[in-house]
Design a protein around this ligand. Structure first.
Ligand code: PLP
Length: 426
């Protein structure tokens, strides 16, 4: 009748929580929206102009994407990531999410290794396609990162070594905001080469590395890495739906044909006006550099502040390195939380929402055990356009003064204080 695998796919918990918090807000309660991970910033101004200018473009583009855009994406990533990539290796689609799905769909059967915590959609996508999703657990002490040894062990334990292995890596990470060091990436690349693991490296937050030091895995594992990215995060344009995949040059022609076949039979192509707008975003010029530098400065400053406040309230959390998420671990407060009937991350998030108006997403949505008291915090509840404009006015050489900080991020700081006060009263 219907696809059995669909039954295990729940309605995305992220969207559900967003809906619940909207209901609370409609009822007049102040809600601190740290649940939904959407960029607070406006899209790049020149890209908005280009979108407007090309709204009349109505023809389908080639399935792989507009040749001009693919050339620009290749040049852009070559320049910012420092590895060789040409236009024929670029695949453009309506969002990177569908690209992840397309790559996974290209396999008849695969063992898909997914670190935990990880973004909510990887495991459902793998299961939907009938693949085996294999969890690679991590811990706070390991900065929620997997290492080459853990990967090697997992690959050696495979039930059927003839089934292809795919690893999904994501850094700077959703839900943790953390990255890998160059040495860690080299070790992972070596393990992947040795054990013939294809990596989907989800680098959608790469350009939002707070100090601009993102290193793509493709530099160390060029023949076995498919990098995915797009306009959703660094260009503040999630709803435009534009994603890109950078395919390895050595990828067998038949694999690329399969990807294009799936694309052609499903989404056809990304929207033409959006591809034209992307042509203007994927250029390394002053406007783009400044736009990124200000976002990084704002996100880095706020993320570090939130992490410091949470640490002072006995919550374990690593200061973020990129993107706009933190993954606080409330385990040190487990005894106190137990006393008020909080035993799971779901309990924790629903109590927090009801008693403080703070929305966090429970750790179990990210593949953690339900009893592990962790949650994702997206520090994006502030006026992005205003913060970006003020940051530009101040210039990059001038630090954000405390009063400035409070003015720009007042809602976030208020929400974090509500949260820490709630914890202090336990
Ligand atoms: N990967 C991660 C880690 C994400 O957080 C998201 C969006 O939230 C995506 C992929 C999907 O992005 P897109 O909008 O390009 O489909």
């Amino acid at each position: 009748m219907w696809n059995e695998h669909l039954r295990s796919v729940e309605k995305s918990q992220t969207l559900l929580l967003n809906e619940q918090s909207r209901n609370l807000e409609d009822a007049g309660q102040e809600v601190f929206k740290f649940g939904f991970g959407q960029s607070p910033f406006p899209p790049l101004a020149s890209a908005v102009d280009a979108l407007r200018d090309h709204a009349g473009r109505k023809d389908y583009t080639p399935v792989q994407g507009l040749p001009t855009l693919r050339a620009k994406v290749a040049e852009f990533h070559k320049s910012v990531d420092g590895f060789d990539v040409t236009a024929d290796q670029v695949l453009v689609a309506p969002g990177s999410k569908i690209l992840l799905y397309t790559v996974l769909a290209a396999f008849e059967r695969a063992d898909v290794f997914i670190p935990a915590p990880a973004w909510v959609s990887y495991a459902p996508q793998a299961r939907l396609l009938g693949h085996t999703a294999i969890k690679l657990p991590t811990a706070f002490e390991q900065r929620w990162r997997i290492d080459a040894q853990a990967l090697t062990k997992a690959v050696q334990r495979k039930a059927d070594p003839s089934v292809p292995s795919v690893l999904i890596l994501n850094y700077p990470g959703n839900p943790d905001g953390l990255s890998y060091t160059d040495a860690e990436l080299q070790a992972l690349a070596l393990a992947c080469r040795r054990h013939n693991v294809l990596v989907i490296s989800d680098e959608i937050y790469g350009l939002l590395h707070h100090s601009g030091e993102h290193v793509s895995l493709a530099r160390h594992h060029p023949h076995g890495t498919i990098v995915t990215s797009g306009l959703s995060k660094w260009c503040g344009a999630g709803g435009w739906r534009l994603g890109v995949a950078l395919l390895p040059r050595a990828l067998p022609g038949a694999f690329k044909d399969t990807l294009l076949g799936i694309a052609s039979e499903t989404y056809s192509c990304a929207s033409t006006p959006v591809q034209m707008a992307a042509c203007s975003a994927y250029e390394v010029h002053r406007e783009v550099r400044d736009y990124l530098a200000h976002q990084r400065r704002l996100l880095g400053t706020l993320g570090r502040w939130v992490a410091t406040e949470l640490n002072a309230a006995s919550v374990q959390v690593h200061p973020p390195q990129g993107g706009f998420y933190l993954f606080p671990d409330f385990s040190p407060l487990a005894r106190k939380l137990e006393r008020i009937g909080v035993h799971t991350s779901q309990d924790l998030c629903s109590r927090l929402l009801a008693e403080t108006g703070v929305v966090l997403l429970p750790g179990d949505a990210f593949g953690m055990r339900p009893q592990h008291l962790c949650a994702r915090l997206a520090y994006v509840d502030f006026d992005g356009p205003r913060a970006l404009a003020r940051s530009a006015q101040l210039g990059l050489n001038c630090a954000l003064a405390p009063t400035e900080f409070e003015t720009l991020f007042g809602k976030t700081t208020r929400g974090i204080r509500k949260l820490t006060q709630w914890l202090a009263a336990l």
